[in-house]
Write a new protein. Structure first.
Ligand code: FAD
Length: 483
Protein backbone atom coordinates (compact mmCIF):
# COMPACT_ATOMS: atom_id res chain seq x y z
CA UNK A 1 0.00 0.00 0.00
CA UNK A 2 1.50 3.33 -1.07
CA UNK A 3 1.29 6.53 1.02
CA UNK A 4 1.24 9.09 -1.80
CA UNK A 5 -1.58 9.31 -4.32
CA UNK A 6 -2.75 11.52 -7.16
CA UNK A 7 -6.30 11.38 -5.82
CA UNK A 8 -7.80 10.34 -2.45
CA UNK A 9 -11.56 9.81 -2.39
CA UNK A 10 -13.37 9.90 0.96
CA UNK A 11 -16.60 7.89 0.79
CA UNK A 12 -17.30 4.85 -1.39
CA UNK A 13 -20.90 5.54 -2.52
CA UNK A 14 -21.97 5.96 -6.17
CA UNK A 15 -20.17 9.32 -6.21
CA UNK A 16 -16.91 8.18 -4.63
CA UNK A 17 -16.51 4.75 -6.20
CA UNK A 18 -17.23 6.07 -9.70
CA UNK A 19 -14.68 8.88 -9.16
CA UNK A 20 -12.13 6.26 -8.07
CA UNK A 21 -12.79 3.96 -11.07
CA UNK A 22 -12.77 6.83 -13.58
CA UNK A 23 -9.60 8.26 -12.01
CA UNK A 24 -7.89 4.91 -12.39
CA UNK A 25 -9.05 4.66 -16.05
CA UNK A 26 -7.41 8.05 -16.63
CA UNK A 27 -4.11 6.83 -15.19
CA UNK A 28 -4.30 8.35 -11.70
CA UNK A 29 -3.07 6.54 -8.56
CA UNK A 30 -6.20 6.40 -6.47
CA UNK A 31 -6.98 5.80 -2.79
CA UNK A 32 -10.60 5.19 -1.73
CA UNK A 33 -11.44 5.40 1.98
CA UNK A 34 -14.82 4.06 3.13
CA UNK A 35 -15.86 3.62 6.75
CA UNK A 36 -18.56 1.01 6.09
CA UNK A 37 -19.04 -1.13 2.95
CA UNK A 38 -18.28 0.24 -0.50
CA UNK A 39 -21.44 1.08 -2.43
CA UNK A 40 -22.63 3.73 0.05
CA UNK A 41 -26.27 4.37 0.86
CA UNK A 42 -27.36 3.56 -2.69
CA UNK A 43 -26.16 -0.05 -2.87
CA UNK A 44 -26.37 -0.98 0.80
CA UNK A 45 -29.47 0.72 2.19
CA UNK A 46 -31.06 2.97 -0.45
CA UNK A 47 -31.77 2.55 -4.16
CA UNK A 48 -30.96 -1.14 -4.57
CA UNK A 49 -32.51 -2.80 -1.49
CA UNK A 50 -35.70 -0.72 -1.84
CA UNK A 51 -36.01 -1.61 -5.53
CA UNK A 52 -35.41 -5.32 -4.83
CA UNK A 53 -38.30 -5.31 -2.34
CA UNK A 54 -40.51 -3.08 -4.52
CA UNK A 55 -40.00 -5.45 -7.42
CA UNK A 56 -41.38 -8.32 -5.30
CA UNK A 57 -44.34 -6.15 -4.38
CA UNK A 58 -44.91 -5.43 -8.10
CA UNK A 59 -45.00 -9.21 -8.53
CA UNK A 60 -47.81 -9.42 -5.97
CA UNK A 61 -49.63 -6.63 -7.82
CA UNK A 62 -49.28 -8.39 -11.20
CA UNK A 63 -50.39 -11.74 -9.81
CA UNK A 64 -53.56 -10.16 -8.39
CA UNK A 65 -54.18 -8.47 -11.76
CA UNK A 66 -53.79 -11.80 -13.52
CA UNK A 67 -56.19 -13.42 -11.06
CA UNK A 68 -58.82 -10.80 -11.90
CA UNK A 69 -58.42 -11.59 -15.58
CA UNK A 70 -58.69 -15.35 -15.71
CA UNK A 71 -55.50 -16.84 -14.31
CA UNK A 72 -56.76 -18.21 -11.05
CA UNK A 73 -54.01 -18.15 -8.46
CA UNK A 74 -54.20 -18.61 -4.76
CA UNK A 75 -53.91 -15.35 -2.80
CA UNK A 76 -50.11 -14.86 -2.67
CA UNK A 77 -48.46 -16.05 0.51
CA UNK A 78 -45.79 -13.51 1.43
CA UNK A 79 -42.61 -14.47 3.23
CA UNK A 80 -40.92 -11.26 4.30
CA UNK A 81 -37.91 -13.31 5.44
CA UNK A 82 -37.45 -14.70 1.90
CA UNK A 83 -37.89 -11.25 0.38
CA UNK A 84 -35.30 -9.78 2.77
CA UNK A 85 -32.92 -12.64 1.97
CA UNK A 86 -33.24 -12.02 -1.78
CA UNK A 87 -32.77 -8.28 -1.22
CA UNK A 88 -29.56 -8.96 0.73
CA UNK A 89 -28.31 -11.37 -1.96
CA UNK A 90 -28.77 -8.65 -4.60
CA UNK A 91 -26.98 -6.08 -2.42
CA UNK A 92 -24.12 -8.47 -1.57
CA UNK A 93 -23.62 -9.42 -5.22
CA UNK A 94 -23.38 -5.79 -6.28
CA UNK A 95 -20.98 -4.92 -3.44
CA UNK A 96 -18.88 -7.99 -4.21
CA UNK A 97 -18.72 -7.05 -7.92
CA UNK A 98 -17.78 -3.51 -6.99
CA UNK A 99 -14.94 -4.72 -4.75
CA UNK A 100 -13.65 -6.80 -7.66
CA UNK A 101 -13.90 -3.85 -10.06
CA UNK A 102 -11.94 -1.63 -7.66
CA UNK A 103 -9.28 -4.30 -7.19
CA UNK A 104 -8.99 -4.84 -10.95
CA UNK A 105 -8.63 -1.09 -11.43
CA UNK A 106 -5.83 -1.13 -8.83
CA UNK A 107 -7.64 1.35 -6.58
CA UNK A 108 -6.32 1.06 -3.01
CA UNK A 109 -9.38 0.66 -0.78
CA UNK A 110 -9.09 1.28 2.97
CA UNK A 111 -11.87 0.63 5.45
CA UNK A 112 -11.58 3.57 7.86
CA UNK A 113 -13.10 6.92 8.78
CA UNK A 114 -11.08 9.67 7.13
CA UNK A 115 -10.41 13.28 8.09
CA UNK A 116 -8.69 15.98 6.04
CA UNK A 117 -5.91 16.88 8.48
CA UNK A 118 -4.16 19.49 6.31
CA UNK A 119 -3.84 20.35 2.59
CA UNK A 120 -3.10 17.15 0.63
CA UNK A 121 -3.24 15.10 3.87
CA UNK A 122 -5.84 12.51 4.85
CA UNK A 123 -5.66 10.91 8.28
CA UNK A 124 -7.53 7.77 9.13
CA UNK A 125 -8.99 6.57 12.42
CA UNK A 126 -6.72 3.54 12.04
CA UNK A 127 -3.76 5.85 12.74
CA UNK A 128 -2.48 5.96 9.14
CA UNK A 129 -1.82 9.13 7.19
CA UNK A 130 -1.87 9.39 3.39
CA UNK A 131 -0.99 12.19 1.02
CA UNK A 132 -2.79 13.05 -2.20
CA UNK A 133 -2.47 15.86 -4.72
CA UNK A 134 -6.28 16.04 -4.90
CA UNK A 135 -8.86 15.04 -2.31
CA UNK A 136 -12.50 14.30 -3.19
CA UNK A 137 -15.16 14.55 -0.47
CA UNK A 138 -17.93 12.05 -1.31
CA UNK A 139 -19.36 11.45 2.15
CA UNK A 140 -23.03 11.56 1.09
CA UNK A 141 -25.98 12.38 3.29
CA UNK A 142 -27.79 11.15 6.37
CA UNK A 143 -31.42 10.95 7.41
CA UNK A 144 -32.84 14.07 9.01
CA UNK A 145 -35.76 14.04 11.43
CA UNK A 146 -37.59 16.99 13.00
CA UNK A 147 -37.49 17.21 16.80
CA UNK A 148 -40.72 15.32 17.52
CA UNK A 149 -41.21 14.03 21.04
CA UNK A 150 -41.19 10.23 21.01
CA UNK A 151 -39.05 9.61 17.91
CA UNK A 152 -36.68 7.55 20.04
CA UNK A 153 -39.40 5.00 20.96
CA UNK A 154 -38.97 1.38 19.84
CA UNK A 155 -40.90 0.87 16.61
CA UNK A 156 -40.14 4.37 15.32
CA UNK A 157 -37.81 3.59 12.42
CA UNK A 158 -35.63 5.30 9.88
CA UNK A 159 -35.41 3.86 6.36
CA UNK A 160 -32.29 1.84 7.20
CA UNK A 161 -34.14 0.06 10.05
CA UNK A 162 -37.27 -0.40 7.90
CA UNK A 163 -35.17 -2.41 5.43
CA UNK A 164 -34.33 -4.88 8.23
CA UNK A 165 -37.89 -5.56 9.49
CA UNK A 166 -38.53 -9.20 10.34
CA UNK A 167 -42.33 -9.14 10.32
CA UNK A 168 -44.85 -7.37 8.10
CA UNK A 169 -46.43 -4.74 10.35
CA UNK A 170 -50.22 -4.73 10.40
CA UNK A 171 -50.23 -0.96 10.34
CA UNK A 172 -47.64 1.68 9.45
CA UNK A 173 -47.65 5.45 9.77
CA UNK A 174 -45.21 7.15 7.43
CA UNK A 175 -44.25 10.67 8.41
CA UNK A 176 -43.29 12.43 5.17
CA UNK A 177 -45.04 12.19 1.80
CA UNK A 178 -41.96 12.81 -0.36
CA UNK A 179 -40.25 10.41 -2.75
CA UNK A 180 -38.80 8.02 -0.15
CA UNK A 181 -41.99 8.13 1.95
CA UNK A 182 -44.11 7.20 -1.08
CA UNK A 183 -41.82 4.33 -2.10
CA UNK A 184 -42.12 2.85 1.40
CA UNK A 185 -45.89 3.51 1.39
CA UNK A 186 -46.11 1.53 -1.87
CA UNK A 187 -43.97 -1.24 -0.36
CA UNK A 188 -45.96 -1.62 2.86
CA UNK A 189 -49.33 -1.26 1.12
CA UNK A 190 -48.23 -3.96 -1.34
CA UNK A 191 -47.34 -6.24 1.58
CA UNK A 192 -50.82 -5.74 3.01
CA UNK A 193 -50.06 -3.30 5.85
CA UNK A 194 -52.60 -0.59 6.61
CA UNK A 195 -50.70 2.55 5.61
CA UNK A 196 -51.25 6.15 6.68
CA UNK A 197 -49.05 8.89 5.22
CA UNK A 198 -48.79 12.17 7.14
CA UNK A 199 -47.50 15.13 5.14
CA UNK A 200 -46.93 18.64 6.45
CA UNK A 201 -47.41 20.35 3.06
CA UNK A 202 -50.76 20.64 1.34
CA UNK A 203 -49.93 17.80 -1.06
CA UNK A 204 -47.71 14.74 -1.29
CA UNK A 205 -44.76 14.60 -3.73
CA UNK A 206 -44.21 18.33 -3.64
CA UNK A 207 -41.32 18.14 -6.13
CA UNK A 208 -43.44 16.36 -8.73
CA UNK A 209 -45.51 18.25 -11.33
CA UNK A 210 -48.90 19.00 -9.76
CA UNK A 211 -50.97 17.34 -12.54
CA UNK A 212 -49.01 14.12 -12.14
CA UNK A 213 -48.89 14.17 -8.32
CA UNK A 214 -52.67 14.73 -8.17
CA UNK A 215 -53.38 11.86 -10.54
CA UNK A 216 -50.98 9.60 -8.62
CA UNK A 217 -52.67 10.49 -5.31
CA UNK A 218 -56.06 9.55 -6.77
CA UNK A 219 -54.74 6.23 -8.13
CA UNK A 220 -53.25 5.15 -4.78
CA UNK A 221 -56.03 6.49 -2.56
CA UNK A 222 -57.69 3.08 -2.30
CA UNK A 223 -54.45 1.48 -1.06
CA UNK A 224 -53.36 4.03 1.56
CA UNK A 225 -54.73 6.88 3.61
CA UNK A 226 -53.06 10.26 3.17
CA UNK A 227 -53.39 13.27 5.47
CA UNK A 228 -51.87 16.50 4.15
CA UNK A 229 -51.45 19.92 5.75
CA UNK A 230 -50.76 18.41 9.17
CA UNK A 231 -48.25 19.03 11.95
CA UNK A 232 -46.99 16.03 13.91
CA UNK A 233 -46.87 16.87 17.63
CA UNK A 234 -45.64 13.69 19.30
CA UNK A 235 -45.47 9.93 19.26
CA UNK A 236 -46.50 7.97 22.32
CA UNK A 237 -47.09 4.32 23.16
CA UNK A 238 -50.55 2.91 23.70
CA UNK A 239 -50.23 -0.69 24.90
CA UNK A 240 -48.55 -2.65 22.08
CA UNK A 241 -49.17 0.16 19.60
CA UNK A 242 -47.60 3.50 18.80
CA UNK A 243 -49.82 6.55 18.58
CA UNK A 244 -48.93 9.53 16.39
CA UNK A 245 -50.55 12.76 17.56
CA UNK A 246 -50.96 15.47 14.95
CA UNK A 247 -52.81 18.67 14.27
CA UNK A 248 -54.88 19.33 11.18
CA UNK A 249 -56.80 22.58 10.64
CA UNK A 250 -56.44 23.42 14.36
CA UNK A 251 -57.91 20.05 15.34
CA UNK A 252 -56.01 17.50 17.45
CA UNK A 253 -55.98 14.06 15.84
CA UNK A 254 -54.15 10.78 16.31
CA UNK A 255 -53.49 7.56 14.45
CA UNK A 256 -52.28 4.20 15.76
CA UNK A 257 -49.70 1.95 14.18
CA UNK A 258 -47.34 -0.95 14.87
CA UNK A 259 -44.51 0.88 13.17
CA UNK A 260 -43.82 4.57 12.47
CA UNK A 261 -41.41 5.34 9.63
CA UNK A 262 -39.62 8.67 9.53
CA UNK A 263 -39.21 9.76 5.92
CA UNK A 264 -38.65 13.43 6.61
CA UNK A 265 -35.65 14.08 4.39
CA UNK A 266 -31.87 13.86 4.25
CA UNK A 267 -29.07 16.32 4.84
CA UNK A 268 -25.48 16.42 3.56
CA UNK A 269 -23.10 14.52 5.85
CA UNK A 270 -19.56 15.69 6.62
CA UNK A 271 -19.27 15.06 10.37
CA UNK A 272 -15.71 14.50 11.59
CA UNK A 273 -14.08 15.43 8.26
CA UNK A 274 -12.50 18.56 9.72
CA UNK A 275 -13.97 20.93 7.12
CA UNK A 276 -14.75 23.74 9.57
CA UNK A 277 -11.18 23.69 11.00
CA UNK A 278 -9.77 23.95 7.47
CA UNK A 279 -12.15 26.80 6.62
CA UNK A 280 -13.80 24.91 3.74
CA UNK A 281 -16.93 26.87 2.93
CA UNK A 282 -20.34 25.43 3.79
CA UNK A 283 -23.53 26.96 2.40
CA UNK A 284 -27.07 25.95 3.34
CA UNK A 285 -25.62 22.95 5.27
CA UNK A 286 -23.88 21.62 2.13
CA UNK A 287 -20.26 21.76 0.97
CA UNK A 288 -20.00 24.66 -1.45
CA UNK A 289 -18.46 23.88 -4.86
CA UNK A 290 -18.01 25.70 -8.17
CA UNK A 291 -18.92 24.36 -11.63
CA UNK A 292 -15.75 22.26 -11.67
CA UNK A 293 -16.74 20.70 -8.29
CA UNK A 294 -13.87 22.52 -6.48
CA UNK A 295 -14.44 23.53 -2.85
CA UNK A 296 -13.08 26.79 -1.45
CA UNK A 297 -9.80 25.00 -0.57
CA UNK A 298 -7.34 24.40 -3.38
CA UNK A 299 -6.97 20.70 -4.27
CA UNK A 300 -10.17 19.66 -2.43
CA UNK A 301 -13.27 18.72 -4.43
CA UNK A 302 -16.76 17.58 -3.35
CA UNK A 303 -19.41 15.53 -5.18
CA UNK A 304 -22.78 13.82 -4.70
CA UNK A 305 -25.21 14.28 -1.84
CA UNK A 306 -22.68 16.17 0.30
CA UNK A 307 -22.99 19.21 -2.01
CA UNK A 308 -26.81 19.22 -1.66
CA UNK A 309 -29.10 19.98 -4.61
CA UNK A 310 -30.56 16.92 -6.32
CA UNK A 311 -29.58 14.10 -3.98
CA UNK A 312 -29.71 11.21 -6.44
CA UNK A 313 -27.34 8.32 -7.11
CA UNK A 314 -26.99 9.05 -10.84
CA UNK A 315 -26.15 12.69 -10.08
CA UNK A 316 -23.46 11.55 -7.62
CA UNK A 317 -22.02 9.14 -10.22
CA UNK A 318 -22.06 11.80 -12.93
CA UNK A 319 -20.17 14.11 -10.56
CA UNK A 320 -17.77 11.23 -9.84
CA UNK A 321 -16.85 10.95 -13.53
CA UNK A 322 -16.58 14.71 -13.96
CA UNK A 323 -14.41 15.24 -10.89
CA UNK A 324 -11.93 12.54 -11.94
CA UNK A 325 -11.72 14.11 -15.40
CA UNK A 326 -11.15 17.54 -13.87
CA UNK A 327 -8.38 16.19 -11.63
CA UNK A 328 -6.85 14.54 -14.70
CA UNK A 329 -6.87 17.98 -16.34
CA UNK A 330 -9.88 17.76 -18.69
CA UNK A 331 -11.74 20.85 -17.40
CA UNK A 332 -15.39 19.67 -17.25
CA UNK A 333 -18.16 21.96 -16.01
CA UNK A 334 -21.32 20.63 -14.40
CA UNK A 335 -24.61 22.25 -13.56
CA UNK A 336 -26.91 22.85 -16.55
CA UNK A 337 -27.69 19.31 -17.64
CA UNK A 338 -31.27 18.05 -17.28
CA UNK A 339 -31.53 15.53 -14.44
CA UNK A 340 -34.12 12.77 -14.75
CA UNK A 341 -35.72 11.52 -11.54
CA UNK A 342 -37.84 8.43 -10.89
CA UNK A 343 -40.14 7.21 -8.16
CA UNK A 344 -40.51 3.44 -8.06
CA UNK A 345 -44.02 3.29 -6.70
CA UNK A 346 -46.92 1.40 -8.28
CA UNK A 347 -47.56 3.11 -10.67
CA UNK A 348 -44.18 4.71 -11.25
CA UNK A 349 -43.46 8.41 -11.74
CA UNK A 350 -40.58 9.83 -13.78
CA UNK A 351 -39.71 13.30 -14.93
CA UNK A 352 -37.02 15.52 -16.35
CA UNK A 353 -37.00 19.31 -16.55
CA UNK A 354 -39.09 21.86 -14.65
CA UNK A 355 -42.60 21.23 -13.36
CA UNK A 356 -45.37 23.33 -14.82
CA UNK A 357 -45.43 25.40 -11.62
CA UNK A 358 -41.69 26.11 -11.93
CA UNK A 359 -42.08 27.07 -15.59
CA UNK A 360 -44.87 29.48 -14.65
CA UNK A 361 -42.74 31.05 -11.93
CA UNK A 362 -39.91 31.61 -14.41
CA UNK A 363 -42.31 33.34 -16.80
CA UNK A 364 -41.36 31.07 -19.69
CA UNK A 365 -44.00 30.79 -22.43
CA UNK A 366 -44.72 27.10 -22.87
CA UNK A 367 -47.22 24.57 -24.18
CA UNK A 368 -48.09 21.19 -22.67
CA UNK A 369 -49.30 18.08 -24.47
CA UNK A 370 -50.86 15.28 -22.46
CA UNK A 371 -51.39 11.74 -23.70
CA UNK A 372 -53.31 9.13 -21.73
CA UNK A 373 -51.96 5.58 -21.58
CA UNK A 374 -55.57 4.47 -21.98
CA UNK A 375 -54.93 4.98 -25.72
CA UNK A 376 -51.69 2.99 -25.76
CA UNK A 377 -51.98 -0.62 -26.93
CA UNK A 378 -49.15 -1.99 -24.77
CA UNK A 379 -50.52 -0.35 -21.62
CA UNK A 380 -53.92 -1.90 -22.32
CA UNK A 381 -52.32 -5.29 -23.02
CA UNK A 382 -50.49 -5.02 -19.69
CA UNK A 383 -53.77 -4.17 -17.97
CA UNK A 384 -52.09 -1.02 -16.65
CA UNK A 385 -53.54 1.83 -18.67
CA UNK A 386 -53.95 4.36 -15.91
CA UNK A 387 -51.12 6.73 -16.68
CA UNK A 388 -50.10 9.81 -18.64
CA UNK A 389 -47.25 11.30 -20.61
CA UNK A 390 -47.07 15.06 -20.31
CA UNK A 391 -44.56 16.95 -22.45
CA UNK A 392 -43.72 20.64 -22.20
CA UNK A 393 -42.19 22.70 -25.00
CA UNK A 394 -40.90 26.27 -25.09
CA UNK A 395 -43.53 27.90 -27.28
CA UNK A 396 -41.05 30.43 -28.66
CA UNK A 397 -38.31 28.03 -29.78
CA UNK A 398 -40.31 24.79 -30.03
CA UNK A 399 -37.68 22.97 -27.97
CA UNK A 400 -38.78 20.37 -25.45
CA UNK A 401 -38.18 21.61 -21.91
CA UNK A 402 -39.76 18.96 -19.68
CA UNK A 403 -41.48 15.60 -19.50
CA UNK A 404 -43.62 14.23 -16.67
CA UNK A 405 -44.70 10.60 -16.77
CA UNK A 406 -46.98 8.41 -14.66
CA UNK A 407 -47.62 4.73 -15.32
CA UNK A 408 -46.09 1.25 -15.44
CA UNK A 409 -42.28 1.19 -15.89
CA UNK A 410 -42.14 4.85 -16.92
CA UNK A 411 -38.68 5.04 -15.30
CA UNK A 412 -37.53 3.22 -18.46
CA UNK A 413 -39.05 5.90 -20.74
CA UNK A 414 -37.52 9.05 -19.30
CA UNK A 415 -33.95 8.71 -20.64
CA UNK A 416 -35.09 9.32 -24.24
CA UNK A 417 -36.64 12.58 -23.07
CA UNK A 418 -33.55 13.60 -21.04
CA UNK A 419 -31.46 13.12 -24.20
CA UNK A 420 -33.96 15.12 -26.27
CA UNK A 421 -33.93 18.01 -23.78
CA UNK A 422 -30.14 17.92 -23.35
CA UNK A 423 -29.67 18.07 -27.13
CA UNK A 424 -32.25 20.85 -27.62
CA UNK A 425 -34.58 18.64 -29.69
CA UNK A 426 -38.21 19.44 -30.48
CA UNK A 427 -41.47 17.49 -30.51
CA UNK A 428 -40.96 17.10 -34.29
CA UNK A 429 -37.64 15.30 -33.63
CA UNK A 430 -39.37 12.81 -31.30
CA UNK A 431 -42.35 12.40 -33.62
CA UNK A 432 -40.00 11.95 -36.57
CA UNK A 433 -38.35 8.98 -34.85
CA UNK A 434 -39.95 5.56 -35.36
CA UNK A 435 -40.85 3.99 -32.01
CA UNK A 436 -41.39 0.22 -31.82
CA UNK A 437 -44.88 -1.25 -31.50
CA UNK A 438 -46.43 -2.26 -29.18
CA UNK A 439 -44.50 -0.39 -26.51
CA UNK A 440 -45.19 2.15 -23.83
CA UNK A 441 -42.61 4.37 -25.57
CA UNK A 442 -45.12 5.00 -28.36
CA UNK A 443 -47.02 7.16 -25.86
CA UNK A 444 -44.03 9.54 -25.77
CA UNK A 445 -44.22 9.92 -29.55
CA UNK A 446 -48.02 10.36 -29.36
CA UNK A 447 -47.63 13.15 -26.79
CA UNK A 448 -45.08 14.81 -29.11
CA UNK A 449 -47.58 14.52 -31.99
CA UNK A 450 -49.98 16.46 -29.78
CA UNK A 451 -47.93 19.61 -30.51
CA UNK A 452 -48.03 18.88 -34.25
CA UNK A 453 -51.72 18.62 -34.97
CA UNK A 454 -52.67 15.72 -32.72
CA UNK A 455 -51.73 12.19 -31.74
CA UNK A 456 -52.90 9.30 -33.92
CA UNK A 457 -54.78 7.31 -31.27
CA UNK A 458 -56.42 10.10 -29.30
CA UNK A 459 -57.59 13.65 -29.71
CA UNK A 460 -55.09 16.43 -28.98
CA UNK A 461 -54.88 17.68 -25.43
CA UNK A 462 -52.67 20.74 -25.72
CA UNK A 463 -52.61 23.75 -23.41
CA UNK A 464 -50.50 26.89 -23.52
CA UNK A 465 -49.22 29.44 -21.03
CA UNK A 466 -48.13 32.75 -22.45
CA UNK A 467 -45.46 33.54 -19.88
CA UNK A 468 -47.41 36.15 -17.92
CA UNK A 469 -49.98 35.59 -15.25
CA UNK A 470 -52.81 34.86 -15.15
CA UNK A 471 -52.45 31.58 -16.95
CA UNK A 472 -53.87 31.58 -20.45
CA UNK A 473 -54.84 28.14 -21.59
CA UNK A 474 -56.13 26.84 -24.87
CA UNK A 475 -57.58 23.38 -24.65
CA UNK A 476 -57.86 21.93 -28.13
CA UNK A 477 -59.83 18.93 -27.00
CA UNK A 478 -59.30 16.53 -24.19
CA UNK A 479 -61.10 13.37 -25.19
CA UNK A 480 -59.07 10.24 -25.74
CA UNK A 481 -60.61 7.80 -28.25
CA UNK A 482 -60.47 4.95 -25.78
CA UNK A 483 -61.52 6.93 -22.67
P1 FAD B 1 -23.50 7.90 -0.22
O1 FAD B 1 -24.12 6.86 -1.05
O2 FAD B 1 -24.25 8.40 0.97
O3 FAD B 1 -22.07 7.37 0.20
C1 FAD B 1 -21.27 8.09 1.08
C2 FAD B 1 -20.33 7.12 1.73
O4 FAD B 1 -19.36 7.86 2.48
C3 FAD B 1 -20.99 6.19 2.75
O5 FAD B 1 -20.75 4.85 2.38
C4 FAD B 1 -20.35 6.54 4.09
O6 FAD B 1 -20.16 5.40 4.90
C5 FAD B 1 -19.02 7.12 3.63
N1 FAD B 1 -18.41 8.07 4.59
C6 FAD B 1 -19.00 9.13 5.19
N2 FAD B 1 -18.10 9.78 5.95
C7 FAD B 1 -16.92 9.13 5.82
C8 FAD B 1 -15.62 9.34 6.35
N3 FAD B 1 -15.35 10.36 7.15
N4 FAD B 1 -14.64 8.47 6.02
C9 FAD B 1 -14.88 7.41 5.18
N5 FAD B 1 -16.11 7.17 4.65
C10 FAD B 1 -17.11 8.04 4.96
N6 FAD B 1 -31.28 7.74 -5.44
C11 FAD B 1 -31.61 7.42 -6.72
O7 FAD B 1 -31.03 8.01 -7.65
N7 FAD B 1 -32.52 6.45 -7.01
C12 FAD B 1 -33.18 5.79 -6.02
O8 FAD B 1 -34.00 4.93 -6.31
C13 FAD B 1 -32.87 6.10 -4.67
N8 FAD B 1 -33.47 5.45 -3.65
C14 FAD B 1 -33.14 5.74 -2.37
C15 FAD B 1 -33.78 5.07 -1.34
C16 FAD B 1 -33.47 5.36 -0.01
C17 FAD B 1 -34.17 4.61 1.10
C18 FAD B 1 -32.46 6.33 0.27
C19 FAD B 1 -32.09 6.65 1.70
C20 FAD B 1 -31.82 7.01 -0.73
C21 FAD B 1 -32.17 6.73 -2.08
N9 FAD B 1 -31.54 7.40 -3.13
C22 FAD B 1 -31.88 7.10 -4.42
C23 FAD B 1 -30.52 8.42 -2.90
C24 FAD B 1 -29.11 7.84 -3.13
O9 FAD B 1 -28.93 6.73 -2.28
C25 FAD B 1 -28.06 8.89 -2.87
O10 FAD B 1 -28.32 10.02 -3.68
C26 FAD B 1 -26.67 8.37 -3.21
O11 FAD B 1 -26.35 7.24 -2.44
C27 FAD B 1 -25.63 9.46 -2.96
O12 FAD B 1 -24.37 8.98 -3.28
P2 FAD B 1 -23.04 9.58 -2.59
O13 FAD B 1 -21.91 8.84 -3.20
O14 FAD B 1 -23.07 11.06 -2.68
O15 FAD B 1 -23.17 9.23 -1.05
Amino acid sequence: MRKNYDMAVIGGGPGGYVAALRGSQLGLNVLLVEKERVGGVCLNRGCIPTKALLSDVEGIHWSRRAAREGIILQEPEISLAAMMKRKQTVVDKLVDNLEKLLAAAKVDVLRAAARIAAPETVSLDTGETCHAGSIVIATGSTAWAPPISGIGLPGVLNTRQALELERIPESVVIIGGGVIGQEFASLFAGLGSKVTVLEVLDRILNEVDKDIAKRYATLVSARMRTETGIRVDSITTDGEKLKVHYEKRAQEKSVEADVVLLATGRRPYFDGLGLEELGIEIQSRAVLVDRRLRTSMSGVYAIGDVIGGKMLAHVASYHGEMVAENIAGHGRDVGDEPVPACIFTTPQIAWVGPTEEQAQESGLPYRTSMFSLSANGKALALGESRGWVKLMEDSTTGRLIAAHLLGPQVSELVSELALAIQKGLSAADIAGTIHPHPTLSESVREAALGFLGGPVHAAANVKSFNGSSPVSRRVATSKSITD
